[in-house]
Each structure stands twice: as structure tokens, then as C-alpha cells.
Design a protein around this ligand. Sequence first.
Ligand SMILES: Nc1ncnc2c1ncn2[C@@H]1O[C@H](COP(=O)(O)OP(=O)(O)OP(=O)(O)O)[C@@H](O)[C@H]1O
Length: 850
Amino acid sequence: MARTVTEDNQILGTLQNVIFSANDSYFKILSVTVEDTDLDDWSEEEMIVTGTFASVKPGSTYAFYGQLVTHPKYGQQFQAARYENQMPADEKGLIAFFASGDFAGIGKKTAEKIVNELGTQAIDLILSDASVLDGILKPKVAKELAEKLQENLGLEKLFVLGHQVGLSADLAGRLFDHYGEEAQDILQNTPYRLVYEFDGLPFKKVDAIARHAGFALDDPERIRAGVYAGILNACYSAGHTYLTVDQAKQAAWQTLQSELPDFSQVIDQSLGGLVSQGRLVYQDGIYQAKILADAEILVGEKLQSLIDGRSAVRTDSALVDTSFVVPENLDLDAVQKQAIEDALTNQVFVLTGGPGTGKTTITKTLVATWESLVRHQAQSEKTDQDWVKQNRVRLASPTGRAAKRMTEITGYEATTIHRLLGITEGDDAEFDEDNPISGGLLIIDEASMLDISLAASLFAALPDNMHVVLVGDADQLPSVGPGNVLYDLIQSPKVTHVSLEHIYRQGKGSSISALAQAINAGQLPANFQENQVDRSTFLTTADQVPKAVIQVLRAAVKKGFTADQVQVLAPMYRTPAGVNALNQEAQDLFNPVQPGQKTLQQGETVFRLGDKVLQLENDSERDIYNGDMGRVIAIHYKKEPGVAADSLVVDFDGQEVWYTSKTLNQLTLAYATTIHKAQGNEFKLVILVLTGQFKIMLNQNLVYTAITRAKESLVMVGDYSAYEYAATHPVPLRQTLLQSLLAGEGVNGADVAAAKPKQAAQPVDHAVQEQVATYQADSKSQQTAPKSSESRFDQGATAADKQVPATNQVEAAPALSTNELTTANFDQALANPMVGMDQISPYDFMPVEP
Ligand SMILES: Nc1ncnc2c1ncn2[C@@H]1O[C@H](COP(=O)(O)OP(=O)(O)OP(=O)(O)O)[C@@H](O)[C@H]1O
């Protein structure tokens, strides 16, 4: 069922009819009469052609370029990678074309008039400027002709032009959807504006388009766009919201890689130009992309107004002290009580804590206490139901999964932040400063994932009298997009913050919490390699990882764990110990190929009926989000009765979502995922893989985040020194201004050079930046997702994937032989089926009944 298209053959044919036309894409199935072809073994008159087409017209002649494939049910058909409308080339043909009856008010005479006046380039001339018809046709007829031509041919031309400059038909289609008829003009005349306007189109791609259109290497437009793209990419790769002058210049050099003389001066001029165009902001030695500067200022100012605001619900200390509604009548400790009191008496409050410290308990207490305060006040002041509704609790989280968990735990509706704000693809948010959301208390969970762009959209939409509580684990990975919102708020003296330190969780998962805390403190615990009731360590070389993971998975399956309950985590996609390889292995274990089993292929991934899958992008229209996991419950092939196109149906916790060729690249296998993708999710058993090959990604927060995804059991596989390296390397410093903006100091308050307590200073990593740019070129998710950097969710992992030189190995692990499970006895175990892995002690950790 592979659908890989390599362009190698051609068909010239007349379109008989359009058999199928998808309504969510430009995909079509055509019946074509073959006039000429270079296919050796084709003798039939009719051919079925599939592909991405504009509004193709029966009777018109097209050249299709692509490949003959054999469909298992419908036999041979031609998959077109691209096509060209064979426009009538001579005057006679053109006259017949205009007089074909397709164009209202144009008969043979008028058609002749058009061709006489405009010549054989008539169509091109009309398409590029309809005013050439002035004086030739009546204004109404001219307008209709131009519109129809644009409609019929504009997109086709864009497909052709796109193909010439390396744009996929899909991307060309999206450019057309975004810019309409202007798209072609932009590609040919002002391509560099795409760098500023079309989110996710990398500079390299735009540059290739522009170079094709004749722009010179030293064109000022090109240099400016390159400088801007370089700065933005540097910010996205390192999480910064600003760059120093040197960093900005370095980023620009890296992107443009020019050997032109005086290039340094050219960059200086471009920086100045971008500032005067309002695309960059310069202040006191730093450059910021205007969009990031605006977002930071908005968050800073809005936080100040929230802090200064007063909620309609009375929450003075005397009142709240006596009103706590604690779940299960737990005896809260002093810090927890303080947290609730502070949360209720401060308009903005931040609660942080590791797993098992009581964040959920506090959230539940807050929700119940708030509701009770609202009820109490409503009764005593005899307010109406509207007042109660206006002051209700709202719950949201950056991920769909975390929102679902919040709903389960609190019994209140929780949504993603995107949904809370009514953000849909390509549209502005429904709720913003002019149309704020309603509610009295807003609790945001997983606040560590909040980047500055999403934070700006969120804070803009809050009424000034709203009570806001941000809950998160400050030691998890920072947001993927620029900004360090949770960290900056914690550091700010203006924001009240309580950190829960005491771990309450007993039994399963408790030694995992202790391990997480040790890693947080910068070291592996002394008992790291000793098996605990809920965790074990299994040291292997990188090459042995797949075998080891499979053995652990087999043991887990034997104990009754399902694929949903077990999650394999690795930092990156590539390498033999990476997510891609582990997914293949795990798929074969959990869902082996069966005769007659339905499959559908997307790129290199073959989805099988029953597979565990992961959504890679936010798709708010379909209410599925980056990081959501589901199961393939049906696969349909086109031409099965009632089926329009190959499709796959995924069940996301009871919500069924259909995928066709247009959307299937939003999906991947989910037996193994990156740690970034697992944020906001929790699993009964986590199998974590760290090896020296992932060195570029390793740091405390990454391994901490991975470990704390495990609810009950954790198996750590890989190289001791990789774990040690991660535990001793704090997450790199992010350069942000939110703290100083909150302090009212602006840029002057930012101490660029000073390393913050938990974070290590880091120069902008240009290698990573470059990879990010390449990644953006490859990644469709970058082209379609909303502007929020949540769309770049997995960027760090993916970017790093592309630069894994062998030299990234962490030094050989001296501790390898200290574990009872040495490389040697592991190999022995695998080689000798008598020594089943089940008999080896690390798996004995799993007495847990799933
Ligand atoms: N003061 C307390 N006394 C006794 N048990 C407590 C107390 N606070 C919390 N717990 C219990 O500890 C466990 C963990 O608490 P909770 O789920 O609130 O933590 P959490 O920080 O949300 O953890 P996670 O992030 O892992 O979900 C729960 O079983 C909870 O009932």
C-alpha cells in the first residue's frame, strides 16, 4: 500500500471526467483519455490519474508527470506528482479556447478580438493584469473572464511555478488558500515577504524561490529577510526572546553564509533597516523580533493589571481561612495551607512542586473552596445566576491530555488553552482583549509548557478582575517556544509563589519521586543502579538498546501491561536507540503483521489496524492536539463501497477522528515518543532510554521530565554516563525580559551575562539553529500550525536529530560493569533462550498488577 511517488513518466491526455474530488484538499481522481505516453507497457485508451489538481476541466488537455502504480483492488493507475495544462499555443487554439462557451459573453468574434489585441500571451497577460482587457471587452465581461481564468488557471500556474522552485503541490495549495490570486505575484516579485508573513516557511525555501525569480545574492530584501529569519530561528532554537548584538550578527551570518566583501557592514545596515521597518526592536544592546517583544510587553503589562485588579468574589484572609474545602478531609500541611490562602488572596499566584507533592490536592481544594465562596456571597448578596456564572472556575492546560486529566480529577470542564481562547487554524483567536473570556478564577495546569506567544494570547483575553493561578513543575523542560514564563514569574518578587517540597506519595511511584528530586539536585542517587520496588536500571550500550527495550516490553506484556499503559521514551527520533527504531520494534511486538491486516502508509510509517498513534499538531477544528494519543480502529480503502479516499480512523479516548492523505502526516506511531511529546502525559510504566548519542539533548530537566511521566514503574535503559551527564547538566539559560519588565526596569534590568541559579549560560547554538531551519523546511506542521510556538512543540528533539555526529558520545561509562546486569550477561541472556529475560532481576520490579 505504499504511496511513494517518484517522478519518472509522462502522460499527455484529455480529461474525460473528474471521478472524485476531495472537499478538504485539492486531491482528485480523474479519468483521462491517453493521447501520448512514455510508458512502455501502456496500450489502453483510458487511464485513471490521481493527484493534487486545481479546477481541471473535462475536455482540456493536460500533461501528467508521475508514476504508474498498481492498486491492490483497482489495478493500474497513474499517480501524478505534478501536471501542466496544455494551453492552446497558437492563435487558432486560443480563439477556440476563449469561445468554448466557458466564458460568459464571449463568442467567436470577441475571442478573435482578444487574441488580435493581446496575441498568444493573452492568458498570461490577463492573469497578471486584467486591465489589459480595458477597451477590448465590456467591463462586466472582462471582469468575469479574468475571474474565471484566475480561478481555473491561477492555482494551476502556482502548482507549476511551485514545482519549478521546489514547493510541494500541497504547500502551493496552501499559499493559494492564504493569498489567493496574489500568491503567484508574491512568488515572482516579493517572495521575501513570506519570511515575515507565512509562518513556518524556512528562509532557505523562500530564498530558493527568490533566487529562481532572479533576486541577487546581495539584494537588500534578501539580506534583510535572512537577518530576520536568522534572529528568529536563533530565538526558537535556544528559547530566547532577545539576542545581544553579537548573537544577532552571528545568527545573521549563519543564515546567509555570505562571502561578499563588506558583509558585516551590510548586516549592520539590514539590522537598521529591519528596526526602521518595525520588524525588529533595538534597545540598549539587544535585538528582539517585534512579535516576541510585543508578546513579552503584553504579558508583563497584563500581569501588572491583574495583580492590581480586584476580583468580584470576596477572598479576604479572614473569610478564606475558615472556608477551605479539602478533598478526602486530608490534613494539609502548613505549606499547602499557605498555598491555598495565597492563591485565594492574591490575584495572580504560582504554585510549583514535583510529583506527589500535592498540586492536584491544592487544585481540587481551590476549585471547591472558590465555588463555596461564590455560593456564599451569592446567597448573602442575593446575586443572580449570571453573577455566579460570571465568576465560575475555568480550567485549562497547554495540552489536551493534561486538560482531560484535570477534568477527571476536579469534575469540572477543563480545555486546552487554544480551545479556551477559540483559536482555530488560520484565524485570529475568538477571545482577546476586546472580547475577554468569562470566569472568576482561572487555573492553568502544566504551566511550564507556556511559551511567551501562547502566554500573550492567553493573558490578552483575561478580564482584569480575574483571579489567575498557574500550577506547574518548575523542574520540567521549559516551553519549546521562546520564553521562560513560569520561571520568570517565580523569580519575580511581584508574583506570589509557593513551592511544595514534601512528597506525599507513598508506595508505587514513591522512589521515582525521590529519584527525580535527586536529579533535580544535580546528581544520581547512590542507589541509582539498585532495583527498587518501582524502578530499575538496565545498563546497555547504545547498540543493545533495541534488544533490551524489547525484552523489557515482553516482560511487561507477560505481566499483563497493555500498549496504552507502557510508554517508551527517548530524547530523539534517529539513531538505533531513537524513537523511530524503537517504534518499529514495539509495533512488531504489540501489533504484529497479520495476514489480511489492513495497513496504510505515510512516508516511512506503515500504520496497522490497532496501532497506538500520536497526533503531532494542534488541529483545533477537529479538537485534537499535539501530544494526544489514540488507537487506529479502522482503515478504509478508496472504492470500497461508500469510501471516497484511503482513510484511517483513530479513537482518541472515545472521540473518533478520520485521517486522509491530507491529514495523515499529522499522525505517527506512539509506542515510543520523544520526551518533549510526552509532556503533560503520564503512564503506568515508562521505559526511558538515554545513551551518549543523545548528548546534545541531555540535561537535568529533560531526564526529570521523562522520569516524572512514570506513575507507577520506571525502567531506565542505556548508558550510565548518559544519565550522569544529564543529572549534572542544568538546562541552558534562556534570555528573556519578562522579569525585568515586571520589575518596571525594561531592558535595562536584564542581566544578559548572569547565569540564573538553576540554569547554565549558553551561547546561541548555531548548529542547532541551522538544523531548526532544515527541520522547518521538512515539517508540514511548521507550515500549518497557529503562530503559537506550541506548534514547534518537538522542535528541539527534531532539530537535534539531524546532528548526531559520533563525537557526541559521552565518555565510556566506567560504571557499566558495576551493575549486576553487565553487557556481557545481557548478551548471554539474549543468546541463550534458556536464560529468559524474565529470570533476570531487573524485571522482577514488576510484581505490579496492571
Ligand atoms: N497533606 C497531605 N496529607 C496526606 N496525603 C496527602 C497530602 N497532600 C497530598 N497527599 C496525597 O499525596 C498524593 C499525591 O498528591 P497529589 O496527587 O495532589 O500530588 P501532585 O503534586 O498533583 O502529584 P502529580 O503531579 O504526580 O499528580 C495523593 O494521594 C494525595 O492524596
